[in-house]
Design a protein around this ligand. Structure first.
Ligand code: ATR
Length: 281
């Protein structure tokens, strides 16, 4: 697509930003739908975030995504944030309103649930959910699970205090256990989600015995490098439906693209293959 003077503009602010897959992802959709628009990597240092966000309307940008380390700081800078973003404590999508004000949202929770629903027959009312990890990603996962109406979330984290803090922030139906209590959190669970970085290429393995997990439970790893983690492989081998983490990355991008470029994009197998090839580069 060759841009015109009317091209719609968006981008991703990060520090560093070079690792971000978002320019390729949004670029794929822009080309696929023949949209006169551009999505750029925006290298913004932490002390410049507020000025960079405030410059978006000035430069005619429709909005931006935020990645590490800007998601939490953006929450305070936006003129309004939606309920999910304020509960998660992080903004990943900013939309410039017609009056030049900034609306912040968090689409990670949406991406998580969309990925899970499309990859399995999981529903929130099917039973308790076991969650491993209490970092930034866990906040989005747990907010999404609570909104999906799960009866109980059984949460464990290496650093228990972090799990307690997350529970205090998100409230509701979360039970915290010790990191070595996996058999008891898996017993009778309808879904197991790994939100830790364990099992990711270059990180330590996730060592977990799935014996107590019902074989009709769904297993989801938010790690997507490798696409099939040891956890997902072990789950598939014993008959569990296993959902990989790539879809969360792809689906979380949809609401921003729709808001900025005016077309609701689809996550297709072609798009998955395109991003997988990117990840392998
Ligand atoms: P993210 O925003 O991607 O979730 P994070 O906030 O750094 O990243 O969280 C990483 C998660 O992986 C945390 O739950 C972390 O546990 P701690 O809170 O105890 O740090 C977990 N994690 C990372 N390395 C781990 C390890 N070697 N053993 C157990 N848990 C680990």
């Amino acid at each position: 697509m060759i841009l015109t003077g009317k091209a719609r503009l968006a981008g991703v602010m990060g520090w560093p930003v070079a690792h971000s897959r978002s320019p390729r992802l949004h670029g794929y959709w822009l080309e696929h739908y023949g949209i006169d628009g551009a999505y750029l990597p925006l290298q913004v240092p932490p002390d410049g975030l507020e000025r960079a966000l405030r410059a978006l309307p000035l430069l005619g940008f429709a909005g931006a995504n935020l990645t590490i380390p800007h998601k939490e700081a953006a929450l305070r800078i936006c003129d309004r944030v939606d309920d999910v973003a304020s509960r998660i404590g992080a903004v990943n999508t900013v939309v410039v309103e017609p009056d030049g004000s900034l609306s912040g949202s968090n689409t990670d929770a949406f991406g998580f649930v969309e990925n899970l629903r499309r990859g399995s027959d999981w529903r929130g009312d099917r039973g308790p959910v076991a969650v491993l990890g209490a970092g930034g990603a866990a906040r989005a996962v747990i907010a999404a699970l609570l909104d999906a109406g799960v009866p109980t979330i059984r949460l464990i984290n290496r650093t228990r205090a972090r799990a307690e803090a997350l529970t205090a922030a998100l409230g509701g139906r979360i039970e915290v256990s010790d990191w070595d209590d996996t058999p008891s959190i898996l017993d009778g669970a309808a879904l197991l989600v790994n939100t830790t970085s364990l099992g990711m290429t270059g990180q330590p393995p996730l060592e977990i015995d799935l014996a107590a997990l019902p074989t009709d439970a769904v297993v989801n790893d938010i790690v997507y490098v490798p696409l099939e983690t040891e956890l997902l492989r072990a789950a598939r081998l014993r008959g569990n439906v296993a959902v990989d983490g790539l879809g969360m990355l792809l689906h979380q991008a949809r609401p921003g693209f729709t808001a900025w470029f005016g077309t609701a994009p689809e996550v297709t197998s072609d798009l998955r293959d395109f991003i997988l090839a990117e990840l392998a580069r």
